[in-house]
Design a binder for this molecule. Structure first.
Ligand code: AGP
Length: 606
């Protein structure tokens, strides 16, 4: 997820753009750049690092111009660097982009064959070259952009500026882009926070819209060249509210971003037509030669590993061993050169996980990391890396990282299973259809947020919770307990439901809510037995299930229903109500939800 801003008006644009860009840094902050068109040619400045680095450079550069673009990057292709920073240029066209161009490699090869020279590793750079390629055939900017966009596959929000025509174009498909309407001036931005202090009148562009700005006039067409009418809407937000997209906290925003984050993580990889899963640039060892897969991480990422173990072992019959990274190296692990070691980390900077991966590599294992941050240590040091495209996760409590990590593991299982001949194209196609439906199903759970908030008000004063789950639902229970304890400071522990009678049942009384994750899966009957045991001791059950007719529902204190899906994907749906329950309890208690006491977003110490 990146941040885009643009300006066309009568004022000097440099400071306007940089100030606007700095309000989008929550969308990405590994590199930034600006392009300004003054009286002469377009001037570009780009820097690795935060917007502040760019601001320092501009102090001496005295870039002039009343039309321009700027961009702050969250790298998806090509490590954070000046060379990969936006804007990207071809001829007299510059482009800033947020999204993922799925077919950029084939477009790049085609353009190279036509004599275009590329300097970056990004997917974005194909866009200005495509536009210029069309312009060389006598087309103006608007037609060149229309035709270029029709050749793209994937997601984009783009700002495009052409020097010779002094024209700025904004276009979108699946990534957000808005137009700000000022007095005799226009703005474009990825999100409201960037420009809320300059206007509260916005046009929310829709997929395949193109807004064209020239000489302080604006018109909107679609990629077929037809005029489009879009309403100018007034938004009454403060700048602070706007940065969180109107949500009270980043955590809540990130919980609600999960459908988009999962869609973005699938983009370019889940190929239903071919019945394939492709991870660009990943060269896995021959799966037939793998003795064991290790999945090692900390905290939420470790819970995702436990789910990954379920996915891989039940489908591929390859042994998987999971471990907490902080424990891994103290057990003198028996690692073979025929092992695949998978390190999972949102930040890619967790010291324990880095140390564990280095230990495994020193013992000969192949390494793969699943990370959310390009250019992070784990992403750079692993032989292979698969990125979750969740966008920046600002809230300390990890949410969208967890559900996108599981999504990657599901795709990885299909990819390896296909290579092992366990899955044919039709098997892959059917399973991809299932995960493609997940974002919509997550949205339907999010629609229940008000009732979960009401439940939170009923449970906010309990001082201890138990979370129970069997099979693949046990890691979900662990994750639900972690969410609650780390942001509300209420004691919460999770157990494999079958273990309850071996000790934890002593805790049960009417002052101990028990969250039971019990979908209608292979663990259902046994889970019902556990709930009977809880109720026999006056335990108050909060039931999470995909089965409205669950036999324990009539006697549960609360019942939260989630949609049904494949057994392996159920945790993605079951965790959402638990994320929301934890959030609302903490918020009602007035806790610092985004920055809980004693915690850090990335634990870079061992
Ligand atoms: C999760 O809510 C916590 N903030 C924490 O457990 C986190 O998952 C853990 O520190 C691992 O972080 P990583 O995914 O960045 O490696």
């Amino acid at each position: 997820m990146c941040g885009i801003v643009g300006y066309e008006g009568t004022r000097e644009a440099c400071d306007i753009l940089i100030d606007a860009l700095s309000r989008l840094e929550y969308r990405g902050y590994d590199s930034a750049g600006i392009a300004l068109l003054g009286q002469g040619e377009i001037r570009i400045e780009r820097r690795k690092g935060k917007v502040e680095e760019l601001r320092k450079v501009l102090k001496g550069a005295a870039l002039k111009g009343s039309i321009g673009l700027a961009h702050t990057r969250w790298a998806t292709h090509g490590v954070p660097s000046e060379r990969n920073a936006h804007p990207h240029r071809a001829g007299d066209v510059v482009v800033v982009h947020n999204g993922i161009i799925e077919n950029y490699l084939e477009l790049k090869e085609h353009l190279k064959g036509a004599g275009h020279v590329f300097i970056s590793d990004t997917d974005t750079e194909v866009i200005p070259h495509l536009i210029t390629d069309h312009a060389r055939k006598g087309r103006d900017l608007v037609d060149s952009v229309r035709l270029a966009l029709k050749e793209l596959k994937g997601s984009w929000a783009v700002g495009i500026l052409k020097e010779s025509e002094r024209t700025l174009v904004a276009a979108k498909n699946q990534s957000p882009l808005i137009v700000g309407v000022g007095d005799g001036e226009y703005f474009i931005a990825s999100d409201i926070p960037a420009i809320i202090n300059m206007t509260n009148r916005f046009i929310f562009l829709e997929d395949n819209d193109m807004a064209i700005f020239k000489g302080r006039d604006m018109r909107i067409i679609n990629v077929d060249g037809e005029d489009v009418v879009r309403e100018v809407r007034q938004v009454c937000w403060t700048a602070g509210m706007a940065e969180k997209g109107g949500y009270s906290h980043f955590m809540l925003k990130e919980i609600f971003e999960q459908p988009q984050a999962i869609s973005d993580t699938l983009l370019g990889r889940a190929r239903e037509e071919e019945g394939e899963v492709e991870f660009e640039g990943v060269d896995l060892p021959d799966p037939a030669g793998i003795r064991k897969i290790w999945m090692v991480a900390c905290g939420t990422s470790h819970h995702a590993c436990m789910i990954g173990k379920n996915l891989i072992e039940t489908s591929l019959r390859i042994p998987v061993e999971t471990d907490m990274a902080s424990e891994f190296r103290y057990r003198d692990p028996i690692v073979s050169p025929r092992d695949l070691f998978i390190a999972v980390s949102q930040s890619g900077e967790t010291a324990d996980t880095i140390a564990a991966m280095r230990e495994a590599r020193s013992r000969g294992a192949s390494t793969l990391s699943i990370c959310n941050v390009l250019g992070s240590t784990l992403a750079r040091e692993a032989e292979n890396v698969v990125f979750t495209h969740a966008g920046p996760e600002i809230g300390v409590a990890s949410t969208k990282a967890f559900t996108t990590q599981i999504s990657v593991m599901f795709l990885l299982t299909l990819c390896i299973g296909k290579r092992l001949g366990i899955f044919g194209p039709q098997d892959v196609r059917e399973r991809l259809r299932e995960i493609r439906a997940i974002p919509r199903k997550v949205r339907s759970v999010l629609d229940e947020a008000p009732s979960i908030q009401a439940a939170a008000a009923r449970y906010m004063f309990f001082r201890s919770f138990l979370f129970l789950g069997r099979g693949i639902n046990f890691p979900t229970a662990l994750e639900g307990a972690l969410k609650l304890k780390e942001i509300s400071y209420i004691h919460a522990e999770a157990h494999a439901a079958g273990e309850m009678k071996h000790g934890p049942i002593a805790l049960i009384d009417d002052d101990m809510p028990v969250v039971c994750i019990s979908p209608a899966d292979r663990t259902y009957k046994k889970a019902c037995g556990n709930m009977e045991e809880v109720m026999a001791r006056k335990g108050n059950i909060i039931l999470i299930s995909d089965d409205e007719t669950h036999e324990m529902a009539p006697r549960a204190g609360e019942m939260i229903t989630v949609p049904r899906t494949a057994y392996e994907l159920q945790p993605i749906l079951s965790i959402v109500p638990l994320q929301l329950l934890a959030y609302y309890i903490a918020d009602l208690l007035g806790m610092d939800v985004d920055q809980p006491r004693n915690l850090a977003k990335s634990v870079t110490v061992e």
